[in-house]
Design a protein around this ligand. Structure first.
Ligand SMILES: [Zn+2]
Length: 298
């Protein structure tokens, strides 16, 4: 039977949770391999999709999926391999997003030349001089047009095409990075047993005004009873949301945190929520978490 115990020398408030940032080398290697494989395979699908499906919405969706898949496979394997450093996960996804975008030029040029029946070999697309020449040729003449059957006279080229290419690069690299940011958010690792903790968002909601008092009660005095007495939100567009994390294996690591939630309703009537960390994760003892979970019924 363990009882919640605090040493009299310890600060009276809750201790912030600090990630160890440990990064197993094999985890990084695995993430790079997974992201590279996704980039190689999907760049071919992406390139041929954009060449043969001349619908702008489909092309945009393909661009998003391509970038997101590279980021998701990189971050997914790195987490599976217990990489704790969020910075390294996000940076790797960014670099592989750049690689995926750059590499996708090769199948795209190959497919485009084939489509226009210009002789080309696979070996040629790997030749930097050929690549540079081919890209500047496409830049000057363009290969597709907007809203017509593709008569070369009205093909998008020059600065306008350059702008489209810039947006394409930003979308692929941006989504690869964004997915890694989202996937590595609110992850808590239990160093005692070497596994990821279970994190549960939205366990309770509070008025945003109650934030400063609630934060002080937790951080300065470790008064968990404040979670019961804090007022519920009166506003429907902004509130605080309680998230908890605990190790389902050994029970050594236990954390709580608060998010500030903002909800807006767009013109179509769909609710859009955005979360921002209000109080980062702070540690609880095993006993405190057991009691809190029984009160929250989770
Ligand atoms: Zn554990």
């Amino acid at each position: 039977m363990t009882t919640p115990y605090r040493s009299p020398d310890a600060p009276p408030g809750l201790r912030p949770f600090v990630s160890s940032g440990k990064t197993p080398v094999l985890g990084v290697v695995g993430g790079v391999l997974a992201g590279t494989l996704a980039a190689l395979v999907l760049s071919v699908v992406y390139a041929y999709g954009t060449i043969y499906i001349p619908i702008v919405q489909v092309e945009f969706l393909l661009t998003v999926i391509f970038g997101a898949a590279v980021g998701a496979s990189t971050a997914g394997v790195m987490h599976q391999q217990k990489v704790r450093s969020r910075t390294i996960v996000i940076a790797t996804a960014f670099v592989l997003g750049v690689f995926a975008w750059a590499f996708s030029w090769l199948p795209w040029l190959y497919g485009t030349f084939q489509r226009f029946e210009i002789p080309i070999t696979v070996g040629e697309v790997f030749d930097p001089l050929f690549l540079g020449g081919a890209i500047s040729r496409v830049y000057e003449t363009g290969t597709w047009s907007v809203g017509s059957t593709g008569s070369s006279g009205s093909a998008v080229s020059g600065a306008m095409l350059g702008f489209v290419w810039l947006c394409e690069a930003a979308t692929i690299i941006g989504f690869s990075t964004f997915v890694a940011v989202a996937q590595s958010k609110d992850k808590v690792f239990c160093e005692a047993c070497g596994s990821w903790c279970t994190v549960m968002p939205d366990r309770a909601v509070y008025a945003l005004d109650a934030g400063p008092a609630l934060r002080a009660a937790l951080v300065e005095r470790a008064e968990l009873s404040a979670l019961e007495s804090a007022p519920r939100p009166a506003a429907v567009d902004r509130w605080l949301s309680l998230k908890i994390g605990f190790c389902a294996g050994c029970g050594e690591t236990n954390v709580i945190g608060l998010d500030e939630v903002k909800q807006t309703v767009d013109r179509k009537g769909n609710a859009q929520r955005s979360n921002k960390a209000y109080l980062p994760f702070h540690c609880l003892t095993r006993g405190e978490m057991t009691e809190l979970r029984s009160k929250l019924r989770v």
